[in-house]
Design a protein around this ligand. Sequence first.
Ligand SMILES: [Zn+2]
Length: 355
Amino acid sequence: MLRGIGGICCLLIFASTAWPQARAGDRAVFTVGTVKAQRGQTATGAIEVPAGSDAAMSIPIAVAHGAKAGPVLALLAGAHGTEYASIIALERLIGEIDAKQLSGTVIILPLVNVPSFQKVVPHLNPTDGKNMNRMYPGKMDGTQTDRASYLITMQVVEQSDHVIDFHGGDIDESLRPYSYWNKTGKAEQDALSRGMVLAFGLDHIIISADRPKDPKDSRYFENTASTRGKPSITVEAGHAGTVESDDVAVLVDGTLSVMRHLKMLPGSAKPTENPVWVDHLADVAAEQGGIFYPLVKRGAYVNAGMKIGYVTDYVGKVLFDARAKESGVLLYVRAVPSINKGDTIASVGVVGKAP
Ligand SMILES: [Zn+2]
């Protein structure tokens, strides 16, 4: 159990409310970083990460503080600053969410990894070479990514009841849309996050049961919320540096559907009815570096042993064939010819039973 006696006491006091941890959402003024949002207003500003062993950074945020009280939902994109469709989806949502119609509060961080976006560097923060979705809950005496992760944990996750973490195929990944449902083993929390992931509407859902359980070592943003008892999900759409309207639309519409599911907006959610549940991932890694030639496209179904591509050296000699290890759906495949030993060639989602 994570809660001490005091935590149990608070749980009992708040048990009769619709959003047991949402004391932050009851405030007349909602504060995150430099933002102070009044009821019925959307305000913008930043989380200012101070300089330490390396440079300071400024993480842009918008807060829509609803005219009525309700849950606090945090939306975060751009931990990987070249997963553009998810970043553009949150930019659009800043304009589309009307705080006057809203019950509750939405904290939007559309672009966490600003250095990655500015320098067009995939996967990592070029300031310190760290992955901005692996260092949570962070610390102030670390490098830029550690400090940013700590401030996001304290100012965003701790003030939220739910989070949605937005990703997509990076510049080198051709990805079909899917979501993650983090199965924590806590029945009530898992039922709530299951409702969110169905309401989001993506029709392929990965059951994720192997994430860290310790809030002091949560690693991922979504997991930082889940290990603190906050039902949350991760979603992915977009691929290979593109901003296609279909990918942006599924992310925008999915978010609005979750907000209806959480009763933050009027109307009904549109949950996916018959999703493909992915039990686990069978990733294919490069045995050697060279030039990658794909033979399949994202979303294809592949059989175990099927050749999904091959790698040559720089003068045309085939080094190895890449084969699927298990049968399943190709969630993403490498989108560029350059490949190094150990890089992921493809991620195959092995289909399981509905939980
Ligand atoms: Zn990502």
